[in-house]
Design a protein around this ligand. Structure first.
Ligand code: SAH
Ligand code: SF4
Ligand code: F3S
Length: 446
């Protein structure tokens, strides 16, 4: 169909800036799909774009700062090219204090995490009425399924199985920005898995803030282990991953499902957050260090070769040196294959932000460094123990750091770089590990 010159969007180019977690990456794919439905096309160059869209994260102050820095740059671009439309969505947009700031900065469209589907109408309104449009739903509506999307290229696709979170960990903004927990219907998830398999994806990463509570509130009685079994039946999908597991809700049935279902990879991301029982209690995590140790011991016993990874926070309000040593102790006991480590960042509106006894930045930095030192040493040792081993990897494409080589991933989510023909891309092959480092492994085809 010919796009007429009066069409507002037919020739528009868009560029999306995505911050934050995998859910945002997935939401950006949906935003891209909606924009393409309007006739827009993607551009890699932000300066060529007619529509610049921010999909933002508010999990830590540093995440918000990155967005404000970039927004300053983009409003500079807009001054030179006033017809550029700036749209702002994601978790930051859910926060009233952020929206106040945006009014001063001047953006054209603001939308939230619950009304992504409205994006085309909001852009249309801003363009035709020539004024800013702010529309953010405070609360989640019913799950809007089957939205168009433009998935990122590659072998691995993200599929949401649930939205929101009910846990209200005392440090965390996510329940405020993503609303209450709700699970998607299993048949809609399976349908999406069949679609991605038909598109050529070989791996799926099932997403939820707490996948272990999948199924709560659905009419049909189903849990996450059942869903993994249903996902395993989808032809064409060869590897299944999932994130994130909450330690309080991880059932024996789920551990068994990971152990017995061949497509489900031996990797469990189960954030510990802190090692002291007092801190865990004040974080509202609802488990103890003893429970966590028992759980991870069970996981290691029942799933041979499993990788356990974690998220850890240092400098939570009132964290004493002793509490911090409890975290180090847990890290040494559990021996995580990898961990994301963060300095606690007060988030306005969460309970912990209002507590006295906030730690000084210098103290948090010092603890983060000590934690990383211990964790990196453990990861290095675990990697060294893989020297000479033969591992099944999925070949993803040219290595970013070493473009004449290929990059691949083991079932345990370790990256292996090796030399080989480009024909191997997309295949599952065996490699022998020939060299190990802290964050990557090198190998050769066997
Ligand atoms: N739903 C997931 C993780 C969501 S956010 C879970 O429960 O594990 C990802 C990670 O960010 C969290 O696991 C936590 O380690 C970290 N995080 C969340 N809020 C934070 C804050 N205010 N300061 C520092 N780190 C935080
Ligand atoms: Fe945040 Fe806790 Fe929910 Fe994870 S489980 S998203 S850390 S409130
Ligand atoms: Fe950030 Fe929102 Fe994800 S706050 S971590 S983008 S759920």
């Amino acid at each position: 169909m010919q796009v007429s010159s009066t069409d507002l969007y037919g020739s528009s180019k868009y560029h999306i800036l995505t911050y934050g977690c995998q859910m945002n990456v997935r939401d950006s794919e949906i935003m891209a799909g909606l924009l393409e439905g309007m006739g827009c096309t993607a551009t890699d160059k932000v300066e060529d774009a007619d529509i610049i869209l921010f999909n933002t994260c508010s999990v830590r102050h540093s995440a918000e700062n990155k967005v404000y820095g970039k927004l300053g740059e983009i409003t500079g671009l807009k001054r030179k090219k006033p017809e550029t439309l700036i749209a702002f969505g994601g978790c930051m947009a859910q926060l009233p204090e952020v929206r106040e700031k945006l009014k001063k900065i001047g953006v054209d469209v603001v939308f939230g995490t619950h009304n992504i589907h409205e994006l085309p109408y909001l852009i249309k309104e801003a363009k035709s009425q020539k004024h800013s449009v702010y529309r953010v739903w405070d609360q989640e509506g019913t799950v809007v399924d089957a939205m168009p999307s433009r998935r990122r290229p590659g072998l691995s696709a993200y599929v949401n199985i649930m939205y929101g979170c009910n846990n209200f960990c005392s440090y965390c903004i996510v329940p405020f920005t993503r609303g209450r927990e709700r699970s998607r219907q299993p048949e809609d998830i399976v349908k999406e898995l069949e679609e991605i398999a038909a598109l050529g994806y070989r791996e799926v990463n099932l997403l939820g803030q707490n996948v272990n509570s999948y199924g709560r509130g659905l009419e049909k009685e189903i849990d996450f282990a059942d869903l993994l079994e249903m996902a395993s039946d989808v032809e064409g999908i060869e590897r299944i991953r999932f994130t994130t597991s909450h330690p309080k809700d991880m059932s024996d049935k789920l551990i068994e499902a990971v152990a017995v279902l061949p497509k489900v990879c031996e990797h469990i991301h189960v954030p510990l957050q802190a090692g002291s029982n007092d801190i865990l209690r004040r974080m509202n995590r609802n488990y103890t260090r003893e429970h966590y140790l028992e759980l991870t011991n069970k996981i290691r016993q029942q799933i041979p070769g499993v990788a356990i990874t974690s998220d850890l926070i240092v400098g939570f309000p009132g964290e004493s040196e002793e509490d911090f040593l409890d975290t180090l102790d847990m890290v040494k006991k559990v021996r995580f294959e990898a961990a994301f480590t963060f300095m606690y960042s007060p988030r306005s509106g969460t309970r912990a932000a209002s507590w006295e006894e906030q730690l000084e930045l210098e103290e948090k930095k010092e603890r983060l460094q000590r934690l990383n030192q211990v964790q990196y040493q453990i990861a290095t040792e675990i990697n060294q123990s893989m020297q000479g081993a033969i591992k099944e990897v999925m070949v993803e494409g040219p290595s970013k750091t070493n473009p004449e080589k290929l990059t691949s991933r083991t079932r345990t989510n370790h990256i292996v770089i090796f030399s080989g023909s480009k024909d191997l891309i997309g295949k599952l092959i065996n490699v022998r590990i020939t060299e190990t480092r802290t964050f990557s492994l090198f190998g050769e085809v066997v």
